[in-house]
Design a protein around this ligand. Structure first.
Ligand SMILES: NC(=O)c1ccc[n+]([C@@H]2O[C@H](COP(=O)([O-])OP(=O)(O)OC[C@H]3O[C@@H](n4cnc5c(N)ncnc54)[C@H](OP(=O)(O)O)[C@@H]3O)[C@@H](O)[C@H]2O)c1
Length: 265
């Protein structure tokens, strides 16, 4: 039904769209009539999702191979989108990585710098290259941060720092771009079951116990889903027209109430 398509014919770019949260976002936008260009490094997963979603419609999607840690790849992603569709209405910066948990003592400067490049500079560059087009459409940017940016996380200082900076840059760009009617918002997911979450759990002593603990960290008693992540992004893009510079918690209430937190032996 056409009236159910909440982002009909809008052009959306999603970084890291072949799996996890990004995949949920690509799928919801296609379901709502958008033309979505999404990227990842792995072409196989990307092309397979592209062909599945194009069969389902009613919108469409295009996979572009791109490593967001490379400036030239990001530029090409924006260029390909404009060449194909002539406009950009929404940029979703999502591609990022959570390294295995490690103490500050074990973390090198190089590891921290590489993560800043992947998780933060890539968001800045994609925004920089997309903004000239977003200004023309009075479009919007959605940055995927993390709940841990606000509440901290054990043995993950560089990751938490990159995510905190994403919330800060969201606010800074919301201020700068308001004169062009471009909105800039972010989403802070708590635990959402994705390949990344599974991979981190597999590195712990007992992955099923880790997953159970991950589920119990939310008041809602489960993890969030890829589809719920997509709906949160669609809300910011299509409905939240009076919101800019906000950080939307997608967390099932994980940040609320006291828990057993002391690590003092
Ligand atoms: N899952 C959670 O609970 C959670 C919570 C808070 C925040 N987040 C944030 O949400 C975002 C997505 O996380 P996720 O859990 O969905 O991760 P995921 O399951 O690992 O999926 C990541 C996606 O990004 C792509 N990607 C990774 N590195 C890339 C690169 N250098 N260039 C281009 N694409 C790249 C991956 O494909 P390729 O590997 O083929 O490139 C994949 O499509 C991240 O920014 C993460 O920090 C996740």
């Amino acid at each position: 039904m056409a009236s159910a398509q909440r982002y009909l014919n809008k052009v959306v770019i999603v970084t890291g769209g072949s799996k996890g949260i990004g995949r949920g976002i690509v799928k919801v936008f296609v379901e709502n009539g958008a033309k979505v260009v999404f990227c990842a490094r792995g072409a196989e997963d990307g092309q397979s999702l592209e062909s599945t979603l194009n069969k389902e419609g009613p919108g469409s999607c295009l996979f572009v191979s791109c490593d967001v840690s490379k400036d030239g790849d990001i530029k090409r992603l924006i260029d390909v989108t404009v060449e194909r569709f002539g406009q950009i209405d929404c940029l979703v910066n999502n591609a990022g990585w959570h390294p295995p948990h490690k103490s500050t003592d074990e973390t090198t400067a190089e590891e921290f710098r590489d993560l800043l490049n992947l998780n933060l500079i890539s968001y800045f560059l994609a925004s920089k290259y997309a903004l000239p087009y977003l200004r023309k459409t009075q479009g919007n940017i959605i940055n995927v941060s993390s709940l841990v940016a606000s509440i901290g996380q054990k043995d993950a200082a560089p990751y938490v720092a990159t995510k905190g900076a994403i919330i800060a840059i969201t606010k800074a760009m919301a201020v700068d771009e308001s004169r062009y009617q471009v909105r800039v918002n972010c989403i802070s997911p708590g635990n959402v079951m994705t390949p990344l979450w599974e991979e981190l759990a597999s590195k712990t002593e007992n992955s099923s116990v880790t997953i159970k603990e991950g589920e119990n960290a939310q008041l809602i008693g489960r993890m969030g889903t890829e589809a719920e992540s997509g709906l949160a992004a669609l809300f910011l893009a299509a409905d939240a027209t009076f919101c800019t510079g906000i950080d939307l918690f997608l967390s099932g209430g994980a940040e609320l109430n006291y828990g057993f937190k002391s690590q003092i032996p």
